[in-house]
Write a new protein. Structure first.
Length: 401
């Protein structure tokens, strides 16, 4: 067996993906991998995700032996991570992923919804301008937004509304103390539980939307509410940017999604890496089942300003390393040849630009845009640049963090 093998991923055509007519990145990558496998190009209407890894819903194939990567690996050396590229044209559902303890508990009590007993940390790195929502806003940001959309009081009730105002006044909007966390938790739980009662939420939402429509100077938050309303008119998630942080990332910037943190990707093309797990608690902007009780009981309500991480510069690479063991991601753009030392993890390599030759002790393989490789743990590779080459490598977190 050779230490480096060519890989073909699986494509997903979810409704939020980019249309084929826009020639999205996911389509271009997947078609390049089809071509490397002597298969015809794909013919889907939407291209949402390409998956590289051993997830059963989208297994990758070793091109030269035409076997799945999963069957090649033993259970003890299976990949703990899944590498994806996403092409997003429509907002994804708002969701959170349980921490390990909650995931185990949910899986035990409801295995048909919570399919694995594992946590699902995830990281996104922007390849184009990328927008996302992540975590609850700070108290001052939340409070000032509520002043702009006071109709929400009719959904949450006057007690909740008053509680939150008192927290703001008592702490001058600065401090996320225990009382504030309880108050935001009650506020959000009332919002989620009352929204669908007798269409209360959607009628309040309609009022807000028509008021925004009549404004001459709309804010970026107004525009986002209009956009969500056009995509999911009846959904409780339309008003979510009022509560949740909205981030705009530039190419190369990344965000990490901690457990129990509500988030949704809004638009752009990204690299995503995650632990190989399926546990999603849905919160809004979806037609799928919403487990409101589990959701509201599990979220981290402490507001924060999310950090846009740019990774750490290494030798010929930029390292994006989260605070979990399951994975890290490294990106490289090379104009001259470079040797990468071995790492104590199997690696998935994906070329995102240009072309190169990957050389190891025992062989070499040409790689161009869109093509992917599986590299055995402990393999030194030399990348010989043919034209300026950009690529991403996913691996287990080898930094001990
Ligand atoms: Zn997620």
């Amino acid at each position: 067996m050779t230490r480096v093998q060519r890989l073909r991923g699986s494509v997903q055509d979810y409704a939020w993906g980019k249309p084929s007519s826009s020639n999205p990145l996911v389509k271009r990558i997947y078609d390049s991998q089809c071509e490397a496998s002597s298969l015809p190009p794909s013919n889907l209407e939407k291209y949402a995700e390409i998956w590289l890894g051993t997830h059963p819903n989208g297994p990758s194939t070793l091109i030269d032996s035409n076997t799945t990567l999963k069957s090649y690996l033993t259970p003890s050396n299976d990949l703990p991570y899944l590498l994806k590229i996403l092409s997003i044209s429509k907002v994804l559902s708002i969701q959170s992923h349980p921490d390990s303890a909650l995931a185990a508990q949910l899986h035990a009590s409801n295995p048909s919804v919570y399919k694995t007993p594992c946590h699902k940390p995830e990281m996104a790195i922007a390849l184009t301008p990328f927008s996302a929502m992540l975590g609850f806003r700070t108290l001052s940001s939340l409070y000032s937004n509520l002043q702009l959309y006071p109709e929400i009081k009719d959904i949450v009730g006057s007690k909740s509304w008053k509680d939150l105002r008192e927290c703001y006044e008592n702490t001058a909007g600065m401090d996320f103390d225990t009382r504030t966390i309880v108050s935001v938790s009650n506020f959000f739980t009332n919002y989620m539980s009352n929204y669908d009662k007798d269409s209360l939420g959607s009628s309040v939402c309609s009022k807000i939307i028509s008021r925004i429509n009549s404004k001459i100077d709309k804010t970026s938050l107004d525009d986002l509410l209009l956009k969500f309303h056009s995509q999911f008119p009846e959904d409780c998630g339309v008003l979510s940017p009022i509560f949740l942080n909205v981030l705009n990332l530039k190419p190369g910037e990344s965000l990490y999604v901690p457990p129990n943190t509500p988030h949704a990707y809004i638009s752009g093309e990204i690299i995503e890496c995650m632990a190989r797990s399926d546990n999603v608690i849905r919160c809004g902007l979806t037609g799928k089942f919403k487990d409101v009780e589990v959701l509201c009981g599990s979220l981290d309500y402490e507001g924060f300003e999310p950090r846009r991480e740019r990774g750490v510069e290494g030798e010929g690479e930029r390292i994006y390393r989260p605070a979990v063991q399951d994975f890290e991601v490294r990106t490289s753009t090379l104009t001259s040849d470079h040797t990468f030392p071995s790492v104590p993890s199997p690696v998935i390599f994906l070329c995102l630009e240009g072309s190169c030759k990957v050389v190891w002790d025992g062989g070499e393989v040409g790689v161009k845009f869109g093509e992917s490789l599986f590299i055995e743990e402990g393999t030194v590779i030399e990348v010989k640049v043919e034209e300026e080459v950009g690529f991403v490598r996913a691996m287990r977190n080898v930094g001990g963090g």
